[in-house]
Write a protein that binds this ligand. Sequence first.
Ligand code: ADP
Length: 192
Amino acid sequence: MRLLLLAPPGAGKGTQGARLAAWSGVRHIAAGDLLRAVARAGMGLGREIAAYQARGDLVPDQIVLDALIPAVTAAAARGGFILDGFPRTLAQATAAAELAARLGVTLHAAIYLHAPEAVLTQRLLDRASQGDRTDDKAEVIRHRLQVFAETTGALVPYYSERGILVTVNADQPPDSVAADIQAGLSGLDVTS
Ligand code: ADP
């Protein structure tokens, strides 16, 4: 099973990614978590990543690819992956497609989770009061949503044109979102 989750901040990529990984037995690779781990490790590159994340800006493609490609390659050899938050730019999508071709694998589906911006903002503000993320602040949240609309959103037509887009309404309880994802996947061949 090789899937990716394409969604604005607050849509529930992390929640659904963990569920899909538990259900399918493949690795859940969350780009943001991986980059936060590199950032926490400190040093020059870590500080650079932390600064991009704190502002809600995308981390440069080459840094993301260096961090993600080894994890994706290893997971592909062990049965697949659920990618959460990668790719996020057209350049990353192209690099991911090249990697897949090199590995001789294909992506089974790109799951697009959508919800109204007011719902996303409220969820992120709720999470801000519980969590420790530097980017869950009102003005940074607004910027992250804008980055999705301006940059990552272009991946919706990209995967739709490739015939693998599964669109799911994320403005529902997690169980209902999971059920809709399962229903969307049931029509796809995920065995090859
Ligand atoms: P969210 O989707 O709620 O913003 P993530 O943990 O997926 O949470 O991402 C947090 C931050 O990590 C992003 O704002 C960005 O700075 C960085 N990031 C994550 N994935 C990528 C990516 N594929 N390309 C560039 N930056 C990324």
